[in-house]
Structure formats: structure tokens, C-alpha cells
Design a protein around this ligand. Structure first.
Ligand code: ZN
Length: 325
């Protein structure tokens, strides 16, 4: 599809299929007119400090201008505009957001699937994203008491978590940073990144992370992964046979036994390092951050940044998402 055809596809999408109601599930429409928006055009220009009187005016803009990318930012004391850019306005809140992208996993992704190249994604490496959602979502609910959490497909290789609780909306940068610290187990992207010593922290969190990671690992493991880890052929076959009997419901004894065997071959940390959530810190702590507009089109892939149905999050497969191009 050439550029002109892509613009027509975008216009069709924004005039007939763009679900503004879905957006109201993610952001509070009562503060709509003082919210910042930003757009990238087809010819590579980028504009921010834009605001809209109402959701309908935003839709009209999307249909008229067919931006390549559309973004949404924080709420301010007055409507942002070229004359009144955001740095001159009083900041009045931004949802607590999390950006999880396979880019952050590139150093460890090779152990999980055989995707090649920066832009690839498959259902196997998507399990890394699913696992991060599972751990972060549970931790925000149980340890921070947040309830209103929505996950949105980024349109390419990741997801954005939007926490809509009032308390999250007003958190300052320092507070957001300390939530990120709490959730960070691995420091750095490398294969050998340091693992945070959690032994002094609350038992619940350590338990949740380790329990979730290793159960997930066992549910997705293949015989060849075990061999690569250093198990000999008969040990690998033996573990696979035990897993077959479990039919996806890993029991505690098997889990404990497997973890002991992993520790014996010195691979316990390695699994943890591969599978723990890797969050892009910069996105969470930046109070004025623009994030892809939920339900808008990702200009490179032509896929909708779809709001994920909470009951079907883990059934989502990015490879099956249609492209409007
Ligand atoms: Zn992959």
C-alpha cells in the first residue's frame, strides 16, 4: 500500500471504526479539554502542545489530518496550545503508566524464541510480555491497593499499563520512581544484569515473582530448552514426562523439586533474569510523557493500539492482529 492509500485507510478507520467510548474507559473525559495531545505526521514532523475542546473535535482532527502516530499526555490547568505550551502551564495529573516492550528484552529474547531482527514478535516471546503484565498487575493490586488497571496493546511489540485510580493520577515523580524500584528485580538489560537481593523485602513480593516466573517457565518449556540450560538428556526427558502429567497445573512439589535442580546446575538466577518484568523506567517517571493514544493506529504497523479485554488478556496474540494497511 502506498502513502496515499495508507492515508485513505487511516481516514476510513478514524471516521467509522475509531471507538472513542473505549478511550473513555482509559482516560477521564471530565478533564478532556485541558489534556495535551501530540501527533507525528507522514513526513516525519512532530507536534505537541495541542488540545481539543471535546472528544468529537479530536475525532474530526484525526479524520482530517490522518496522523501517522497519535499520542496523549497529561492534564494541565488550561488547554495546552502553541501560545500556552505545557511548560508554562500548571501540571494537574497524569495516570500512572507502565511501558513494557520487547525492546527491553532483546538481550534475553534469544533464549525464548527464534525471532530475528528488532521488529519481530511471535507468540513465544509475547509470553514475556504476558508474564510482566501478570506480575505488575497483581503487585499493583495487592501491594499498592490500586484497582483500576487497563492494559493497551502498543500496536507493535509491547503493552502500556494505565492505572486510573485517583491516587495514581496525582503521584509525583519521586513516588513513581519508588514504585518502579519496588517492581524492578533486574538492573540493566544485559544477560548478566544484576539481580536485586529481595531477601530483606516483604515475603509476598519475592514469593509472587519467583513463583509466577518459574511456574510460567515450566508451562512454556520445551525439551530443547532444558538441554540448552545444561540438563542432561535423561534429566530433561524426565522433567518433560512429569510436566505432561500436570497438564498445565504445575504442582508445588514439582516446582520445588525443579527449582532445587536448577540451583544445583547454577541456573536459577539465569531463569529469573530472563523472565522477570523489564519496565521502561523513563516512561513511568516522566510526568509530561505522551503515550500512544488508545485505539489509534500505529503508523508503522497499521495495527490498532487496542484496549485489551481484561478477561482475555492472556489469549491476545499480536501476530493475529490485522493491519489496516
Ligand atoms: Zn519471538
Amino acid at each position: 500500500m502506498n502513502r496515499a492509500q495508507q492515508r485513505i485507510a487511516l481516514r476510513d478507520y478514524y471516521s467509522t471504526n475509531f471507538e472513542i467510548d473505549g478511550l473513555s474507559a482509559v482516560i477521564d473525559f471530565s478533564k478532556f479539554s485541558t489534556r495535551e495531545f501530540g501527533f507525528a505526521t507522514f513526513d516525519g514532523k512532530f507536534f505537541r502542545n495541542i488540545s481539543f475542546e471535546s472528544p468529537q473535535v479530536l475525532i474530526d482532527y484525526l479524520v482530517d489530518r490522518t496522523p501517522f502516530h497519535a499520542y496523549i499526555g497529561a492534564v494541565y490547568g488550561e488547554p495546552p496550545s502553541r501560545e500556552k505550551p505545557i511548560h508554562k502551564l500548571k501540571w494537574q495529573g497524569h495516570e500512572l503508566v507502565f511501558d513494557i516492550d520487547l525492546n527491553e528484552y532483546d538481550a534475553v529474547r534469544k533464549f525464548v524464541c527464534s525471532c530475528q531482527g528488532a521488529d519481530q514478535v511471535c507468540i513465544r516471546c509475547w509470553q514475556l510480555i504476558n508474564l510482566a503484565i501478570r506480575i505488575i498487575d497483581e503487585t499493583l493490586r495487592f501491594d499498592f491497593g490500586m484497582n483500576d488497571i487497563i492494559w493497551v496493546f502498543s500496536g507493535r511489540r509491547g503493552v502500556h499499563g494505565w492505572v486510573d485510580d485517583k491516587i495514581g493520577f496525582m503521584l509525583n515523580q519521586e513516588q513513581r520512581m519508588s514504585i518502579i524500584d519496588y517492581l524492578s528485580v533486574v538492573h540493566g538489560e544485559a544477560e548478566t544484569a544484576r539481580i536485586q537481593d529481595r531477601s530483606k523485602l516483604k515475603y509476598d513480593f519475592r514469593y509472587r515473582i519467583e513463583h509466577t516466573v518459574f511456574k510460567y517457565f515450566l508451562n512454556n518449556v520445551r525439551r530443547k530448552d532444558l538441554i540448552k540450560l545444561g540438563f542432561n538428556a535423561s534429566a530433561a526427558s524426565n522433567i518433560m514426562k512429569q510436566l505432561e502429567h500436570q497438564e498445565g497445573q504445575i504442582d508445588e512439589n514439582l516446582l520445588r523439586n525443579f527449582n532445587l535442580r536448577l540451583a544445583k546446575i547454577n541456573k536459577y538466577d539465569e531463569i529469573l533474569r530472563r523472565w522477570v518484568p523489564r519496565i521502561d523506567h523513563k516512561v513511568t517517571i516522566d510526568l509530561r510523557r505522551l503515550l500512544r493514544l488508545p485505539n489509534s493506529i500505529h503508523g508503522k504497523t497499521g495495527r490498532v493500539a487496542r484496549i485489551l479485554d481484561p478477561s482475555k488478556i492472556f489469549a491476545f496474540n499480536p501476530e493475529e492482529e490485522p493491519s489496516i494497511f
